[in-house]
Design a protein around this ligand. Structure first.
Ligand SMILES: Cc1cc2nc3c(=O)[nH]c(=O)nc-3n(C[C@H](O)[C@H](O)[C@H](O)COP(=O)(O)OP(=O)(O)OC[C@H]3O[C@@H](n4cnc5c(N)ncnc54)[C@H](O)[C@@H]3O)c2cc1C
Ligand SMILES: *[C@@H]1O[C@H](CO)[C@@H](O)[C@H](O)[C@H]1NC(C)=O
Length: 457
């Protein structure tokens, strides 16, 4: 089979024309939508594959759940979204927004103008974004990518299917993966769990509190969603017991302000008579365990001949969490980092990828990228950071964003966004019940509004 000569090698080095590519994007959530916008802005030809029927990804709420509530069965019916009915955003709308498309308060039927709105408002924002930039026309809805692998010419062969057609094979220059990573549950091992008689579920399948009426519930985890779900359930349950890692001694016991909620250390073991024993020695007879224990990265369609693997939840090797050195720039990932302000980070990653694909922005050599990745992994190891925290950014996200912004030649991340994120994070820990309705950073809101006004004129 004859391979097409890459366009770049036919051009003299003096030619600086942007090179348009044929690019496949997998997923039309926040990451895929902004990737599609940036790619098209850069002149690429884009097809977005979306197995769902609408844009928005995990912000498309479904009352349905997986056929296996723990998510252990490989062949179970899978529901993409992990949203629960009561979910409100854990970031303010300003700090959550894309950089040049403000998440404005909109009044009107069906809109939620609160600063930390309910989940439906985020879906509407993403729909508005898609409409504003005419992304919908690039998306093939109801189309799932079953396979993506390299052919002999170094191009991507994608096999996709939609309900009423045979699988279709197509060739693309580049592949961008935006499939989300809050779908495949991660479960801890608990001694005795196989003989424990109660019911279990992973938070991926939590929707509403009703099933927990009058039950004694043990909830494992301390993430944002664990905090929300415990409060949600406590409104109807008999007792809620939270098992969390690294709880300060003086926080153990009854949770202030709640009649039926206790905080414990991690579970030590569970028993045939229904008892759950905590490491602090306390024990309760429980009806239900809810695992709010996080998710695993999963790319079931991706074949890279071993160039990219998922090892203890590290997707790697990846240069700056985006490009596998061996396959750069033809394969990239948008949206892997966690504990971040996601949309603005997705936007920067996407700009960077789009500019690299067109040859406007340069990447280091494969060797240099591989070296950089090695150095990064060594530094994690030296600081005792487990592999599964590779994409955990937290405080590092601002330098990361600014490094990418610099590569792209766009302004660094807004100072108000950083300060607002930090202020919210503090309040979320101090006042989990009220941080969404009471705040003290109105000065930052004002700066955000001014900034958006400047951006748009
Ligand atoms: C419970 C919860 C609460 C959160 N709250 C907030 C918040 O308040 N604020 C915030 O900013 N962030 C929040 N996040 C983070 C959230 O993940 C990001 O906001 C963001 O929406 C993720 O977008 P994404 O595009 O990466 O993934 P997703 O939104 O998951 O989109 C992935 C898309 O890919 C599609 N797809 C997957 N595989 C295939 C395939 N093989 N073929 C075709 N299509 C495919 C899916 O159908 C889906 O539409 C929260 C996350 C969770 C889990
Ligand atoms: C918001 O909630 C999601 C789901 O629990 C979590 O992954 C994310 O880290 C939270 N965001 C912040 C800034 O804490």
């Amino acid at each position: 089979m004859a391979c097409e000569v890459p366009i770049k090698s036919m051009m003299s080095s003096a030619v600086t024309l942007l090179t348009p590519r044929h690019v496949a994007v997998i997923g039309a959530g926040a990451a895929g939508l902004v990737a599609a916008r940036e790619l098209r802005r850069e002149g690429h030809r884009v097809v977005v594959f979306e197995k769902g029927e609408e844009v928005g990804g995990m912000w498309v709420y479904s009352p349905e759940v997986d056929s296996d509530p723990l998510g252990l069965e490989a062949k179970r019916r899978l529901v993409h979204s992990s949203l629960y009915d009561s979910l409100r955003t854990n970031l303010s709308r300003e700090s959550m927004s894309f950089r040049d498309y403000p998440f404005r308060r909109r009044e009107g039927k069906g809109r939620d103008s609160r600063r930390f709105p309910g989940h439906r408002e985020v879906l509407l924002y993403l729909q508005d974004f898609a409409a504003e930039f005419e992304i919908g026309e690039l998306v093939r809805f109801g189309t799932e990518v079953l396979f993506a692998g390299l052919d002999q010419c170094g191009k991507w062969r994608l096999t996709s299917t939609s309900p009423h057609t045979h699988p279709v094979d197509e060739i693309y220059d580049a592949l961008i993966i935006c499939n989300g990573h809050y779908v495949q549950p991660r479960l801890p091992h608990i001694p005795g769990i196989n003989a424990w008689p109660g019911k279990q579920m992973h938070s991926h399948n939590y929707r509403t509190p009703e099933p927990f009426q009058d039950q004694v519930v043990v909830l494992i985890g301390s993430s944002a969603s664990a905090v929300d779900i415990s409060r949600d359930i406590a409104t109807v349950a008999k007792e809620v017991h939270i098992a969390a890692r690294s709880v300060e001694e003086d926080k153990l016991g009854k949770v202030p302000g709640h009649e039926n909620m206790w905080l414990h250390s991690m579970i030590d073991s569970v028993h045939e008579d229904g008892t759950v024993v905590f490491q602090d020695g306390n024990a309760v007879g429980a009806d239900f365990i809810i695992h709010c224990t996080g998710y695993k990265y999963d790319f079931p369609f991706l074949e890279t001949n071993g160039e990219v693997t998922v090892d203890d939840n590290r997707v790697g090797p990846l240069y700056k969490h985006v490009f596998p050195p061996a396959l750069a720039p033809w394969l990239s990932f948008v949206g892997l980092p966690w504990k971040v302000a996601p949309f603005s980070l997705f936007e920067l990653q996407s700009k960077w990828i789009a500019g690299i694909l067109s040859n406007r922005i340069a990447l280091p050599s494969k060797e240099e990228m591989a070296k950089d990745v090695d150095a990064f992994y060594s530094s994690l190891e030296a600081s005792g950071t487990p592999k599964r925290y590779t994409h955990n950014m937290g405080i590092l996200q601002w330098d990361y964003n600014n490094w990418i912004a610099d590569q792209c030649g766009v302004p660094s991340i807004e100072e108000w966004r950083r300060q607002m994120y930090i202020a919210t994070s503090k309040n979320r820990v101090l006042r989990p019940e009220s941080y969404r309705d009471e705040w003290d950073d109105d000065d930052l809101v004002l700066q955000a509004q001014q900034d958006f006004a400047n951006y748009l004129t």
